[in-house]
Design a protein. Structure first.
Lengths: 441, 584
């Protein structure tokens, strides 16, 4: 790190913890970036002349006489169209061997959108996955996480969503992502010929955890550039937010803050909301849609991280392995998209809401039939039919490897209804059954 | 010369300031950050050091930045022109702000200073007046907005001059008043009031005795809320808290609705912004937005302003209450407010209470809820604030500090139950865990006797008993199996299902079912109780559920029809015939 004339340099560090150090300095501004022995750091506390810095890469090997250089400005990112197709570290420096990006330098973690300037999200995002498009339709400007256990293929599902979503720009933020997964994403985007629409900020498992704290803000600063200034549809992928929250907990712990539920900082809700609420539909037609991953610990959604996330996001998607058809499906019971009402039956065919509900209801009947079977009770003819239906519904519609248009999904559902049930059992409004009920064979 | 100070410490939005003069607790100050003034509130003082929470991001602030103290607490500006406005937590008019993003240090006027209002005097020169006496009124939309003597006036004053009927701006002098000591004061249409202090210029605050109709059956019939009462709605995410609050905002029988969106999703507020101007108020036929004020401090807006937002909402409600209006104040969600308190308490390194919330959380919540209520004004009129807050308990656990503290303060408890939401039984208010203390008030019971029907409260208790017995029967059936219990258990359970499906469940998205007036609720309750009180003959349990499903379906259809219309009556006749068939 070369020091410049106007930068303040100090060499007397008073305190060092695993993630922070304190130095006596004057005229330092809150949240400004600094370099401690060349390592990036940020001011998190000022008490008189004692300035506490959070060192992103950890404090191993830092000595009390290490050189502390203050830059006088908060973390920034240079934004321009040159970002497209590039891979960066959490500080916005290229990791793909390419040159530094030129462009307007903007502070990351900028102000929030004025609520009265937001538009109501109303544009459907088609993913081809029926478990999403039919049952939990996504809308531009929405924020939604996958709640997934570590062993589930959430990253590949998310990559599929990203590639099919017809977004102008895809921004990938990796927090504690395994290097293998990073290479998978890179390969996938490259093979799909989508590399020119990708911007990626990456912190892998090998990188220091505190660094992750910058990733969402970097991603969203880039996203705001494309959405607000260029009026483009931006899809932002953040994985894994649980590891982000863990990094928050580490820092708050080092700063001697009192932990609240599950050892998380008391400000977890606000910290997460600041990120997720960046998802918005802007008046100029641009939008930021945020799809995140929150990994669960043994499916426990009462843990502070998924719990706070659930209160912030507009629904959640669950993956589940269906052993009957031996495929991963989008769980139709626990998954929810709060914004689907804005588009289903309006932007899609009018029978969509009713078909969706009827299919899920019949699938629920199949679940209770299964319980009956497991408890050794006799099955009725209806029970048996629901079980047959459930199998086919799961395979043809819920499985994540499905890739069809919404109309085809609805037609498939009607075909299954006709195959296994009577009109009374399906109980859909007459106008629709007249139009769509499959002809008798 | 007012007190000045200098910043000496910064942690997130908590700033330590060294002051050169007197400083007050909760005093507002402005920190000069490179020419932009950032508003802050003093929350602790130790010697020469004041600790202030900044209502904005403190990024870029440095030690030595100068601070200007204002000598007053956080205030709102009150006057005509607040209706249908969208404010942030500090009462800045969001529409007046420039740009797509909120700019730090941008404060906008909550009132329109240019618009002229037509003033009609209500008092005359020489009248004796006190704080909050009515001097005149202007029409704010359809609300008769009273121009009042400022609330901070002490003792008795005399009107020395009063403007005649005509058009004036909010800053024009409408009256001058004098007291015995010869002091003179000019009165305009506006005044300021500190948000953390209750407006108390009323005569007394009796116990609530009237019911506030909300149109939501599970509230009005089973656990009614009183006009001037308090209630809260806890529930895990995805249980329909916000849908229920929106239903209350749309259909409750109030003159004025103030919605405080406190630390919740911005898209939900956007939905209110876009739907309310379209929707009609079923009582007046005017647009809903005309009777609504929205205080909007969404989850990504500064945390300290989130805490202020509930107080801003309450103070505006109190202002309108002094005009003799019926105000409904909704806050979604009070948990976010409590979390804001927790964040600050944590930064000030106070010893924590349960779940790291501040020790005085319970007291803060109680004193806030206590500001609601029904009041008699000095001029014989009355006004009220009914307050309903939602609580978002961590992990859906109702044993957490915010729920427990609120339970001590609020008189109505509407618990949203996850199992009900999972089986799409909306509104998901649990009929057995929820309660309304107002049903125990003799004055409320007497009011129900005279307005609904003599003995109504007893009927409500009967409904609750049947629901409870139904649940017990259901438990037995689940343990012993369908044919392991007497047929009677199935009948008991299905009777409770009738109440559940016909009275408790309500379709918030259906035009007719969304809101049910009390007379119609009474009609349906009588119908349902008629069924519950009948003895039925069944040979086997299989017949029971099929029969009741048909009854329920008929009555659900009735709920979707215009009350006492032909289709409604014909469904009713079919129902009666079905009941007669099976009755023992």
């Amino acid at each position: 790190m070369n020091t410049k004339a106007f930068q303040k340099v100090y060499t007397k560090i008073e305190n060092i913890t695993k993630a922070t150090c304190t130095v006596k300095a004057q005229g330092i501004t809150n949240e400004e970036m600094a370099y401690v022995d060349g390592r990036p750091a940020q001011v998190v506390k000022i008490d008189g002349e004692a300035v506490t810095l959070q060192i992103f890469t950890g404090t191993q090997g830092i000595a009390t006489n290490a050189e502390v250089v203050f830059t006088g400005k908060p973390p920034t990112l240079k934004v321009s169209d040159e970002l497209k197709g590039r891979f960066f570290n959490p500080f916005g420096h290229p990791i793909d061997g390419g040159p530094e990006v030129n462009g307007k330098e903007v502070e990351i973690g900028g102000p929030s959108c004025n609520p009265v300037r937001r538009q109501e999200p109303s544009e459907l995002i088609a993913t081809g996955i029926a478990g999403i498009d039919m049952n939990n339709t996504l809308v531009t400007g929405q924020k939604i996480p996958f709640f997934a256990d570590a062993d589930q293929p959430y990253n590949s599902v998310m990559a599929t969503v990203a590639l099919r979503a017809q977004a102008d720009i895809i921004i990938l933020g990796g927090m504690g992502m395994s290097n293998d997964d990073f290479l998978f994403f890179r390969q996938l985007f490259e093979n799909a010929g989508a590399l020119d629409r990708i911007v990626c900020f990456m912190n892998t498992t090998g990188d220091p955890p505190v660094e992750r704290l910058l990733v969402p803000d970097m991603c969203l600063t880039a996203a705001e550039y494309f959405a607000v200034e260029k009026g483009q549809k931006v899809l932002c992928l953040l994985t894994d937010m649980t590891l982000y929250a863990d990094a928050l907990a580490i820092v708050s712990n080092r700063m001697d803050q009192i932990p609240s539920k599950d050892s998380m900082p008391g400000s977890l809700y606000s910290d997460l909301a600041k990120i997720y609420e960046k998802a918005a539909q802007f008046p100029n037609g641009g939008s930021i849609t945020l799809v995140a991953v929150t990994t669960l610990n043994g499916g426990d959604i009462t843990h502070a991280i998924p719990d706070n996330t659930g209160y912030i996001t507009e629904g959640q998607l669950y993956l589940r392995r269906d052993t009957d058809v031996s495929k991963v499906i989008i769980d139709p019971f626990r998954s929810l998209s709060r914004l689907k009402q804005q588009v289903i039956g309006k932007k899609t065919r009018a029978d969509h809401p009713q078909v969706m509900n009827a299919a899920v209801r019949l699938y629920a009947d199949a679940a209770s039939a299964k319980t009956k079977l497991e408890n050794g009770f006799d099955l009725s003819d209806y029970d048996r039919r629901t079980l047959e239906f459930a199998k086919e519904y799961s395979e043809k519609l819920l499985a994540i490897d499905v890739n069809i248009k919404v109309d085809e999904m609805l037609d498939t559902a009607w075909r299954l209804f006709g195959k296994y049930f009577t009109k009374d059992e399906v109980a859909i409004k007459q106008v629709f059954t007249e139009k769509y009920w499959p002809a008798e064979k | 010369m007012s007190t000045q100070g200098k910043v000496v410490g910064i942690v997130s939005n908590l700033v330590t300031i060294e002051v050169d003069g007197p400083v007050g607790q909760n005093e507002v100050c402005y920190i000069n950050l490179k020419g932009t003034e950032l508003m802050a509130e003093v929350i602790k003082i130790r010697g020469k050091r004041a600790f202030a929470q900044v209502f904005e991001s403190t990024r870029g602030m440095r030690t030595g930045d100068t601070v200007r103290f204002t000598g007053h607490m956080l205030e709102v500006t009150l006057g005509p022109g607040m209706l249908s406005q969208k404010y942030d937590g500090l009462q800045n008019d969001l529409e007046k702000m420039e740009g797509v993003f909120l700019k730090r240090g941008q404060y906008t006027d909550p009132l329109d200073r240019v618009k002229k209002w037509h003033f009609t005097p209500l008092a005359k020169v020489g009248d004796k007046v006190k704080a909050a006496s009515w001097l005149g009124e202007v029409k704010e939309g359809w609300v008769p907005h009273k121009i009042m003597v400022p609330f901070d006036i002490k003792g008795e004053w005399t009107i020395a001059s009063l403007a005649s009927a005509g058009d004036y701006t909010v800053d024009d002098v409408m009256a001058t008043i004098k007291n015995a000591a010869g002091e003179e004061k000019k009165v305009t249409m506006t005044m300021k009031w500190p948000v953390k202090v209750e407006v108390t210029g009323y005569k007394d605050k009796p116990r609530p005795f009237k019911i506030m109709e909300t149109g939501v059956r599970t509230i009005d019939t089973l656990n009614p809320i009183a006009e001037g009462g308090t209630g809260f709605i806890p529930g895990p995410f995805g249980c329909g808290k916000t849908v229920l609050q929106h239903a209350l905002a749309k259909y409750a029988e109030a003159d004025l609705i103030i919605i405080v969106a406190c630390g919740e999703r911005a898209n939900e507020v956007v939905e209110i912004f876009s739907t309310f101007p379209e929707l009609d108020d079923p009582r007046t036929g005017r647009k809903l937005s005309e009777r609504t004020i929205i205080i909007c401090n969404t989850s990504n807006m500064p945390v300290a302003a989130r805490e202020a937002s509930v107080y801003t909402g309450m103070t505006i409600a109190e202002y309108y209450r002094m005009m003799g209006l019926k105000v409904l104040l909704l806050a979604d969600s009070t948990s976010r407010w409590a979390q804001a308190l927790r964040e600050m308490s944590n930064r000030m390194e106070e010893l924590p209470g349960p779940d790291a919330f501040p020790m005085d959380l319970s007291a803060i919540i109680s004193s806030f809820y206590a500001r609601a209520g029904y009041v008699n004004l000095n001029n014989g009129k009355s006004g009220s604030i009914t307050f309903i807050g939602t609580v978002s308990p961590a992990g859906g656990n109702l044993k957490e500090p915010v729920v427990e503290s609120t339970k001590k303060a609020a008189r109505c408890f509407y618990a949203l139950a996850q199992p009900r939401a999972d089986s799409k039984r909306y509104p998901a208010v649990d009929p057995i865990d929820s309660y309304s203390k107002y049903l125990e008030y003799p004055e409320v019971v007497a009011y129900l006797d005279s307005t609904v029907e003599k003995g109504w409260a007893d009927k409500v208790m009967r409904l609750k008993d049947i629901l409870l017995r139904g649940r017990e029967a259901q438990d037995q059936i689940n343990i012993l199996g369908d044919d392991g219990v007497p047929v009677n258990y199935h009948i008991l359970f299905n009777k409770s299902e009738v109440i559940d499906f016909v009275i408790l469940q309500q379709d918030a998205f259906d035009k007719i079912d969304a809101s049910t007036p009390l007379p119609r609720q009474k009609f349906m309750v009588d119908l349902v109780l008629g069924i519950c009180d009948s003895d039925f003959n069944f040979d086997s349990f299989e017949l029971v559920s099929a029969y009741f499903k048909k009854l329920i379906n008929l009555m659900k259809q009735m709920n979707y029809q215009e009350f006492e219309s032909d289709s409604f009556n014909s469904l009713k006749e079919q129902l009666m015939a079905m009941i007669a068939e099976r009755r023992a």
